[in-house]
Design a protein around this ligand. Structure first.
Ligand code: AHR
Length: 488
């Protein structure tokens, strides 16, 4: 039997709820026919009610918007004022899918979506194709008190008297690539220029530097070198990591299951090594990590739109296992991480929802976020896992634990595609209460997924256990969440 030792007195840090954020870009079917579906029966102010309700249920705290690459051609002024007068522009992704951007969802609509979902916005500012003054004006529009500046008056004229107080701003996106094709040094200088103006527009902003692609640790070091730690300019530093190249999203082999899980597990190395660079520049306070794009990137065409929505993919228990493993890594490294946003929310890569017309379903990945929500704001507990690995770079069980309000939450994913496991939770420095609630996702079919026809093929099952002895059975490829009182 695999054993999970919980070292209860040893906490790692507080798990920032923002680690459970999502990303919603103006790409393919994420916004239009994704969250925004004003012609469907079940909408609130144009946004899909099922998505809003499920976002609240899973307590998704944060939404990154409007891109991604889209952000770097976005002029926020196109998205305000009467909707029928807004300009149609070439979307960044037009070269891939031929779609245009109608600007029907702009700042005011997006802020309404955040309000409806009880989520905080995290805006990505364009530093490739607009000026610092344009971004200053956007911040002014969002944050200046009612009746003060011309931008605050414009906001009021558009029906929103009170400021939105948007605190989190990303400064550029993937600036090593489509976000300006910069060097780390030239980006750092652009960053300094933009944030000087941005900080001047509103107090208390948290500005996030756009960092490296995956394993490019050299980029991180060179960028930090030029950023200059003596100036408190930064509240976080991002990197992006997608894992893919491991077969078809639905018909992958067992070998490809392990290949993908091994790739997902490299998030641990990414967190450690980017963080090591931050520490080596003495920037631990300014440079907490922001993983604002992560998830699986499979070949297109497996989603309900059959390839019409760019990058849309189906999501099986394999994607759920990647989610569980990644979120466990984030929890176990929570002292280094400011926030994370999975890419993307709906009808795209690693989505929580799939929608089209009147259809809207949750994916297995959504259920993982819902099952993990009790970790938010908890104290992560140190864990020693005694389990055999199931393939090179893939532990048999991926696990994290946290304590909040006297309750312990343990989330464990069985990363074997072939064998069911029994794990035993063994507490040190405390005891587990006799009653527990155990939720299991998965029934041994590692390729199971939800469709418009069978929307609940994959859903969690919760049971109450009255005399819990720490034993949890997890089917192959399945995920467990255990909630139990901790007693001294
Ligand atoms: O998530 C899709 C795209 O992937 C984003 O726009 C970009 O930032 C990344 O390359």
């Amino acid at each position: 039997m695999d054993k999970i030792y919980l070292v209860l007195p040893k906490t790692i840090g507080t798990i920032n709820p923002d680690i459970y954020g999502v990303f919603a870009e103006h790409i393919g079917g994420v916004i239009y026919d994704g969250i925004w579906a004003p012609d469907t029966k079940d909408n609130i102010n144009g946004f899909r009610r099922p998505i809003i309700e499920k976002m609240k249920q899973a307590r998704i705290p944060l939404v990154r918007w409007p891109g991604g690459c889209f952000a770097e051609i976005y002029d926020w002024r196109d998205g305000i004022g009467p909707r029928e007068e807004r300009p149609t522009r070439i979307n960044f992704w037009h070269y891939r899918d031929g779609r245009y951007e109608s600007n029907q969802v702009g700042t005011d609509e997006f802020m309404d979506f955040c309000r409806l979902c009880d989520a905080q916005p995290y805006f990505a500012a364009n530093i490739t194709s607009v000026t610092p003054l344009d971004i200053r004006d956007w911040i002014d529009y969002c944050n200046s008190p009612a009746g003060t500046t011309v931008m605050a008056k414009l906001r009021e004229q558009n029906g929103h008297r009170e400021p939105y107080n948007v605190k989190l701003w990303g400064v550029g996106n993937e600036t090593w690539g489509d976000g300006g094709d910069m060097t780390p040094e030239s980006y750092a200088m652009e960053y300094r220029r933009y944030v000087t103006v941005m900080n001047n527009a509103s107090r208390g902003l948290e500005l996030i530097a756009s960092g490296a692609n995956c394993f490019d640790y050299g980029w991180t070091r060179r960028m930090l070198e030029t950023l200059d730690k003596s100036r408190r300019l930064m509240s976080g530093m991002s990197f992006h990591y997608y894992c893919g190249g491991a077969g078809d999203p639905l018909t992958f082999s067992d070998a490809q299951w392990y290949e993908l899980l091994a790739k997902a597990g490299r998030m641990q190395e990414l967190v450690e090594r980017h963080w090591a660079a931050v520490v080596s520049y003495g920037m631990e306070k300014q440079g907490k990590l922001v993983i604002d794009e992560w998830g699986c990137w499979h070949p297109e065409g497996s989603g309900p739109s059959r390839g019409s929505n760019l990058f849309e993919q189906q999501s099986t228990m394999r994607d759920a296992a990647v989610s569980a493993h990644t979120l466990n890594i984030f929890n176990n490294n929570c002292e280094k991480i400011r926030l994370a946003t999975v890419a993307q929310l709906v009808n795209n890569l690693h989505a929580l929802f799939l929608s089209g017309g009147e259809n809207c379903i949750t994916t297995p990945t959504y259920h993982v976020f819902d099952m993990y929500k009790n970790h938010q704001g908890g104290q992560a507990v140190e864990i020693i896992a005694e389990c055999t690995s199931c393939a090179e770079g893939v532990p048999g069980v991926s696990v994290s634990a946290s304590v909040k309000g006297g309750k312990l939450t343990v989330t464990a994913a069985n990363l074997s595609a072939e064998k069911d496991v029994t794990v035993k939770l063994v507490p040190f420095g405390g005891a587990l209460g006799g009653q527990a609630e155990i939720t299991i996702l998965g029934d041994g079919d590692v390729r199971a997924h939800n469709t418009f026809d069978v929307p609940d093929r994959v859903k969690p099952v919760t049971k109450a256990v009255s005399s819990f002895d720490g034993t949890v059975e997890i089917p192959r490829g399945g995920i467990a969440a255990v909630c139990v009182k901790v007693e001294k």
